[in-house]
Design a protein around this ligand. Structure first.
Ligand SMILES: Nc1ncnc2c1ncn2[C@@H]1O[C@H](COP(=O)(O)OP(=O)(O)OP(=O)(O)O)[C@@H](O)[C@H]1O
Ligand SMILES: [Mg+2]
Length: 378
């Protein structure tokens, strides 16, 4: 077994601009790691650094345990699939697949066999004689993947490989890539803008922002226990609701006041050094018309500005009693109508608290070992 991909203490500068400083990332052998982050944060630059198309300002890159920091792109054991595919338009599918192997003087019969195998694996057997211009978007995308696979690389780099496809094809290719990864257990470093790709494809997700990784974790860790306000609001659509609040400790409770809201939380389980000034976060799906399973919940009085009925769910745009916008996601055809006033419920288990520095200080109230909510008084 090899060692996947390691980025160690890598810094990248363009002139005076420091894109990132001393960042570390380890994509484990066989792991599918997804990088997300706002436009311009340096995702593609990091990919190009690992690929060897862009030099590091300082630091080290290893692939399969081998230091490749100064190795030629073709000698890094990496297969690349990028957004624009970069297929050779004048070569057939076969020619595109064979190109890298020919450049490396792989014997002809080996090339022929690998083209047949790769074509078969990707459902391209009938397309081998065509040129890229004669293929559909999904087929072109598969040729780009095939061209990376055929070299039998130690690791793959994929930079928004599905972003040029229409929605239906993207769903299909996403499933194919997941299946490809399950089958081959290759090491994959994958960049996307797509929330669903990030949540469904990655064994882990790394959130890059302002020159550092804000959080690296499994999709559910990132979603359920976001480390910062940035991570909390970057993943999830509609984004997490945030309310500025003040925390007042009482004997065995903490009262959070925000606008006209007064929410009481059991002190047990809250950090002892909870700051006085906090931000309360809760996702749209945590705002319920009512909670009937006995989970303790905070009341939220609000008026419906307007509803978006999406068929499989309804998004309610609310204003609380002080006029602050709040978004709720409810099952279809449920909850109050446009203009109606109602008291919604936000379960304590679903609250997040962030400190003034933007770091999370608490996620959700714990339930007791028997699954019952801990004692709580309104
Ligand atoms: N060759 C270059 N010279 C100077 N600045 C560059 C160069 N290449 C990229 N940059 C800058 O580096 C920053 C990061 O670019 P990069 O392409 O890595 O972003 P990204 O995270 O991939 O964004 P997107 O999500 O839009 O693809 C940008 O501000 C960009 O302008
Ligand atoms: Mg990019």
């Amino acid at each position: 077994m090899t060692d996947g991909i390691r980025v160690e203490q890598v810094t990248k500068r363009y002139g005076q601009q420091v894109l990132f400083a001393d960042i570390d990332l380890h994509v484990q052998d066989g792991e599918f790691l997804v990088i997300v982050g706002p436009s311009g944060c340096g995702k593609s630059t990091l990919m190009r650094i690992v690929a060897g198309i862009e030099p590091v300002s300082s630091g080290r890159v290893t692939v399969g345990g081998r230091d490749v920091t100064h190795a030629h792109p073709g000698d890094r054991g990496i297969g690349m699939v990028f957004q624009d595919y970069a297929l050779y338009p004048h070569l057939s599918v076969e020619g595109n697949l064979a190109f890298g192997l020919r450049a490396h003087r792989v014997p002809k019969d080996v090339i022929r066999q690998r083209i047949a195998d790769t074509g078969e694996a990707l459902g391209l057997t009938d397309q081998l004689k065509k040129r890229p211009g004669q293929l559909s978007g999904g087929q072109r995308q598969r040729v780009a993947l095939g061209r990376a696979m055929i070299r039998e690389p130690a690791a793959y780099l994929m930079d928004e490989p599905l972003s040029n496809l229409d929605a239906a094809l993207r769903v299909q290719m996403r499933a194919e890539l997941i299946e490809f990864h399950r089958r081959t257990r290759g090491t994959v470093l994958y960049v996307t803008h797509d929330q669903v790709e990030a949540m469904t494809m990655g064994d882990r997700v790394a959130v890059l922002n302002e020159g550092e990784f804000a959080q690296i974790g499994t999709p559910s860790e990132i979603y359920e226990r976001p480390a910062t306000v940035f991570v909390a609001t970057f993943l999830g659509s509609p984004r997490m609701n945030l309310l500025d609040a003040t925390a007042h400790p009482y004997e065995d409770e903490v009262e959070l006041t925000s606008g006209e809201l007064k929410w009481r939380l059991p002190r047990k389980g809250l950090p002892a050094d909870l700051p006085e000034s906090v931000r309360i976060g809760f996702r749209p799906e945590s705002v319920h018309a009512r909670v009937d399973d006995g989970t303790p919940a905070c009341p939220l009085a609000a008026t419906v500005s307007y509803r978006e009925n999406l068929g499989n769910e309804s998004i309610l745009h609310l204003r609380d009693s002080t006029g602050r916008p709040i978004v709720a996601r409810l099952p279809p055809r449920t909850g109050p109508r446009d203009g109606e006033h109602a008291t919604f419920q936000v379960p304590l288990t679903d609250l997040h608290l962030f400190g003034p520095d933007g770091r999370a200080c608490w996620h959700g109230i714990e339930l007791a070992a028997d699954g019952q909510p801990l004692p709580w008084s309104a």
